[in-house]
Design a protein around this ligand. Structure first.
Ligand SMILES: [Zn+2]
Length: 90
């Protein structure tokens, strides 16, 4: 791999997960953003995942705890809504 590793944060919502970098749908279990989860919307064939490496998991839902997020991805640091350190998405 010669491409520069871009990074992103997984943002978990009630029914969908998105990538903090390109804001497209993502699969919570994926290591990097190399496929798009379309959620409720119709997949758009022009959409491309950004390929970023997921380095943390967070959410926009205030009721989600760090423990909830850790259960989804024990391998990633978990941050509550609004507490993601700057610079994780590059
Ligand atoms: Zn992405």
């Amino acid at each position: 791999m010669t491409t520069t590793a871009r990074t992103a944060v997984l943002l978990v919502d009630d029914y969908t997960t998105t990538c903090s970098r390109c804001l497209q749908g993502a699969f919570t279990k994926d290591i990097r953003h190399d496929r798009i989860a379309s959620g409720w919307s119709t997949p758009d064939s022009r959409d491309r995942p950004c390929g970023a490496l997921f380095v943390a998991i967070s959410t926009r839902r205030l009721e989600y705890t760090e423990d909830d997020l850790r259960q989804l991805r024990p391998d990633l640091p978990a941050y509550k809504a609004g507490e993601v350190p700057r610079g994780l998405t590059t």
